[in-house]
Design a protein around this ligand. Structure first.
Ligand SMILES: [Zn+2]
Length: 640
């Protein structure tokens, strides 16, 4: 298994090694990690009979911080469940009689888990882990000290393995691996942690190979609702001789088909020098009959006075792109149909030089958008785009900007805060939309990219050549890049501010300015979150994009509870792990009661509202993507 660390740890002093490894279960599949299998290390810690406290840490609501008035959260009707997911294997257990005893329920749970493992085995979802190491701030509590980012594809076939999108990207890979070896064999007079990306995604299944009665005791605890779904709750403890790395914790099982919908706990009996994180793993009912792993929250840390444990971090792992292969296949069919259609362009002439140049740009733009979507890095066109296009449209209209083609907007599925534009398409990351406090700040971010388009700072015409689209999904970041030179960045800032001043957002930029200040304050500890993979850095070495707006904002004051400069991650945009569609979360605002509730740019636990497939609250599939959405369409649909 390759391990790529998103960031080279240059200073060993602070590095902590806690090898989160994938133990026995993994050992069988991963020769590299096998030694545990061979030597029956003395089991001294965590006797099987002592189930760990099922981590009530995740109880707090994941803080969709109060929507500031005028936030970009237009109420948009959920699209009907019009387009269901591509043909799924029929549900296996439809003709089974309902279990009548708890023993029969457990048998059913085991059977369903094995069926899920089989169902997912041909899939290679994308896995993203974003982790913040924490330090204690006397005023704000635990705040990020530094961060890490991992992005990869997970192969769910025989074993679980992942390949990384970030490998070799501007980093010295050998150095990483050397350091890793060193840490692996290292003697620890300090407590060191090394994060293994796979570790964070390990808890997608309780136990991939041995989830059965021979290895586990199931203790029924109670019934409980998770969202709309009534669940049976079981505590699981590995049997005495079950070996290392067995799941220890609690599972929630929905009471119709007996699929596991949530796992919360850790793995038992780490071998020497190994350490297992605690995880809270959630599944969503995105296809009939199956609950698909979607989110995993991990947290370690003890900030009580005198605590000795030096590990302190919070991490969010998201999975999506389960249906990428299928989507690509149906694309091919569409393309064939399109090819056979007669070209109905009104002009009978060849394109003029300028028209040809524009067509060329559009070809490049379409190629890039299509390729990113196939790599699982771009959400299909949907309702969030309409909201973004409305904001862009508001700026365009008030500035009398008329472009030969309408500006399109699309959402990157990833967390790092970045935007870029290619041709007339503005791309903004899910993570950036999440943390923006209001519509004015969204307008500020989009205005910068719109300025690039208006000024003709066109990048990416080389992608009109189709050979440049032929690369593996994992190497997308090596093959694509949309970074402007500093002069164009400065010119875009200048033009953007000019346009904002003439726009409906002119009087609403105070919070946008606070956002820039908050970002500037936190930037030194958020290197990975601010590391763009395709566009320009929005906080390059302390120089902020749109700094002028920050300069005119009031002073940043964490103690002012009505001053919300930036939101936590994950509060706004919900990504459907099956079809990659995105929607705006309409969570109830939660009152902020202390400065610690603000959590700007921070990672929080997940607490999705579970619902069954096809019921109102289930994440809906977006309608089939159309090629263009006119600005008029957008403004008609999205309003706030
Ligand atoms: Zn720029």
């Amino acid at each position: 298994m390759r391990i790529a660390m998103a960031k080279v740890m240059s200073n060993m002093n602070w590095t902590i090694l806690a090898l989160l490894t994938v133990t026995l279960t993994a050992g069988a599949q991963q020769p590299a990690a096998a030694p545990e299998n061979a030597q029956p290390a003395p089991v001294t810690q965590q006797p099987a009979s002592a189930p760990q406290d099922p981590q009530p840490a995740a109880v707090a609501q994941p803080s969709p911080t109060p929507a500031v008035s005028g936030t970009a959260q237009p109420v948009i009707a959920q699209p009907a469940q019009a387009q269901s997911t591509p043909a799924q294997p029929a549900q296996a257990q439809t003709n089974l009689v309902p279990p009548t005893t708890m023993d029969q329920v457990v048998d059913r749970v085991i059977m369903r888990e094995k069926e899920l493992i089989k169902f997912l085995s041909p899939r290679t979802p994308i896995v993203e882990t974003y982790l913040q190491n924490l330090t204690q701030d006397p005023q704000l509590g635990p705040i990020p000290r530094d961060d890490r980012y991992f992005l990869g594809r997970m192969d769910l076939s025989d074993s679980i393995d992942r390949s990384d999108y970030l490998e070799g990207k501007g980093k010295d890979k050998d150095k990483d691996e050397g350091m890793e070896k060193h840490l692996l064999g290292g003697i620890t007079n300090k407590f060191k942690i090394q994060y293994k990306p796979l570790g964070f995604s390990w808890m997608i299944f309780a136990d991939r190979n041995d989830f059965d009665r021979q290895h586990y005791d199931f203790h029924y605890a109670r019934r409980e609702f998770l969202g709309d779904v009534r669940c049976l709750v079981f505590d699981l403890t590995p049997k005495k001789d079950a070996g290392h790395g067995r799941f220890l914790g609690r599972i929630w099982v929905e009471d119709q088909d007996f699929n596991i919908v949530r796992l919360n706990g850790t793995y038992a009996r780490p071998t020497r020098n190994f350490y297992y994180f605690h995880m809270d793993s959630w599944r969503l009912n995105l296809v009939p009959g199956y609950w698909v792993p979607a989110y995993i929250y991990s947290e370690e840390g003890d900030f009580t006075a005198g605590a000795k444990n030096k590990i302190a971090f919070k991490a969010q792992t998201r999975m999506w792109g389960y249906n990428l292969k299928t989507a690509a296949a149906s694309d091919e069919l569409t393309n064939i149909t399109v090819d056979s259609v007669k070209d109905d362009t009104p002009t009978a002439q060849d394109a003029s030089p300028l028209a040809a140049e524009r067509q060329w740009q559009q070809q490049a733009e379409d190629n890039v958008v299509d390729r990113l979507q196939r790599a699982g890095l771009l959400a299909p066109e949907g309702d969030v785009d309409k909201i973004l296009q409305t904001v862009v449209n508001n700026i365009e209209i008030t500035n009398n900007i008329e472009l030969p083609r309408p500006v399109r907007t699309r959402v990157l599925t990833t967390s790092p805060l970045e935007t870029f534009s290619v041709g007339n398409t503005i791309v903004i990351s899910r993570g950036l939309i999440d943390v923006l406090p209001d519509e004015g700040s969204l307008a500020m971010v989009l205005a910068h990219e719109l300025a690039h388009i208006v000024l003709g700072h066109n990048l990416g015409s080389q992608y009109a050549f189709n050979d440049r689209m032929l690369f593996s999904d994992e190497s997308t970041y090596q093959n694509f890049g949309f970074k402007h030179i500093p002069e164009e960045e400065a010119a875009a800032d200048k033009k953007a501010i000019e346009m904002l001043k003439a726009s409906p957002y002119a009087q609403k930029l105070e919070t946008a300015g606070l956002f820039i200040k908050a970002l500037q304050t936190r930037a030194p500890s958020l290197g990975s979150l601010l590391q763009p993979h395709l566009g320009n850095n929005i906080a390059q070495n302390g120089t902020m994009r749109m700094a002028q707006i920050g300069a005119s904002a009031p002073a940043l004051d964490w103690n002012k509870l009505d001053q919300i400069a930036a939101l936590p991650l994950g509060g706004r945009v919900k990504l459907n792990p099956w079809d990659d569609s995105v929607e705006i979360v309409k969570a109830q605002p939660v009152a902020i009661t202390s400065a610690r509730d603000k959590m700007p740019f921070e990672v929080t636990p997940f607490f999705p509202r579970l619902s069954r497939y096809g019921t109102g609250n289930a994440p809906a599939a977006t309608p089939a993507p159309t090629t263009t959405t006119t600005a008029a369409d957008a403004s008609a649909t999205a309003s706030n």
